[in-house]
Design a protein around this ligand. Structure first.
Ligand SMILES: [Zn+2]
Ligand SMILES: [Zn+2]
Length: 346
């Protein structure tokens, strides 16, 4: 089978193999026929040696697939089930974090597509207890973005207390920002999205998927905008999804006193933050790293209820052979998400 693998550090370390053996599921595992797999920033970091991996390894951790073989002892999954999975492929199971279900914080966590063969392949095997069935009516393409959506869900709904009637600000209308918009809307909040003059199309899509209010922060002062939109109340929560210190500072300015500031973007370097300004408003800073079981369960419920749209973010579908093009499209932020199709849908 075909598989895209990281085999050594340095240039040329990611290679496409055409003749990898198709894996057999061990006890407690199933084999998944991958239908779609999506390129993530992490995959680019792996290519560039900026993310730890155990080589050689097949990369890719965002996918949708169909169970096509079932290992011994697996009773809750059957051949033909449409599935997605958590990315905590391995963890110790007995540390305080594992006991709390926070597998992503376990010191022995082994991630899918970095420490265990991942989804940029025609087939992969995976432990059945980390797999979720895709709800009926949700397309394979839409489900392929479950993993980034689960991460956003944890940040938006499990690490804040936003609720109906809250004013929520999302800074940065990229794919993560737009997922947060939809999740905050599902929670009943009034949602404003701020972008810059280059974001016109993205702001329009944010509005289409549910944002109540979108605006260009370079055209209107964000504080004046916040005062106008919230009637002087200011935002209960602000999500920094743009990845810039300036955008973070804007979030602090437009929050109400005691507001919740949620870091969604990664900065890749230390950035200046005016902590005194936060102190004087008693602003609470939070963040989230990956996702936990509850995030996935909630996500499946919301997808089943038709509360979330992901297909508009599937910008291009390429063959695995064109992985270099796909990676460079992702790197140059051409569209939202770039998918590989490994098998036909039916
Ligand atoms: Zn990812
Ligand atoms: Zn552990």
């Amino acid at each position: 089978m075909k598989a895209l693998r990281k085999v050594h550090a340095g240039p040329g370390g990611v290679q496409l193999f055409h003749d990898m053996p198709t894996p057999e599921p061990a006890a407690g595992e199933v084999r998944i026929k991958i239908i779609y797999a999506s390129v993530c920033g992490t995959d680019l970091h792996i290519r560039d040696d900026g993310f730890p991996v155990q080589m050689p390894v097949t990369i890719g951790h965002e996918y949708s697939g169909i169970v096509d073989a079932v290992g011994e002892g697996v009773t809750d999954l059957a051949i033909g089930d449409r599935v997605v999975s958590m990315t905590a492929a391995g963890y110790c199971g007995h540390c305080n974090y594992c006991r709390a279900g926070l597998y992503m914080l376990c010191n022995e966590r082994k991630g899918l597509g970095s420490f265990r063969n991942g989804a940029f392949a025609e087939y992969m095997t995976y432990p059945a207890d980390r797999i979720f069935k895709i709800p009926e009516g949700v397309s394979m393409k839409a489900a392929a973005l479950s993993e980034p959506l689960a991460c956003c869900l944890r940040g938006a709904l499990e690490r804040t207390t936003i609720t109906a009637g809250d004013y929520v600000y999302v800074g940065g209308p990229g794919v993560m920002g737009q997922f947060v918009v939809q999740l905050a809307k599902a929670a009943g909040a009034y949602v404003t999205v701020g972008g810059t003059s280059v974001d016109a199309d993205r702001l329009a899509l944010a509005k289409e998927v549910g944002a109540d209010d979108v605006f260009d922060v370079t055209a209107e002062d964000p504080v004046a905008h916040a005062e106008r939109v919230t009637g002087g109340h200011m935002y209960d929560a602000a999500f920094e999804c743009a990845g810039s210190a300036r955008a973070l500072d804007t979030c602090i300015d437009i929050l109400k006193k005691t507001g919740q500031l949620q870091q969604v973007a990664m900065y890749g370097k230390p950035i200046p933050v005016d902590l005194d300004k936060m102190l004087l408003k008693e602003i609470v800073l939070s963040n989230s790293y990956a996702s936990e079981r509850t995030s996935w369960q909630r996500l499946m419920n919301l997808l089943a209820a038709g509360k979330l749209q992901t297909e508009p973010y599937c910008s291009a579908v390429l063959k695995l052979e064109d992985w270099e093009k796909a990676f460079s499209m992702a790197e140059n932020k051409e569209g939202y998400k770039i998918l590989f199709q490994l098998h036909p849908e039916a």
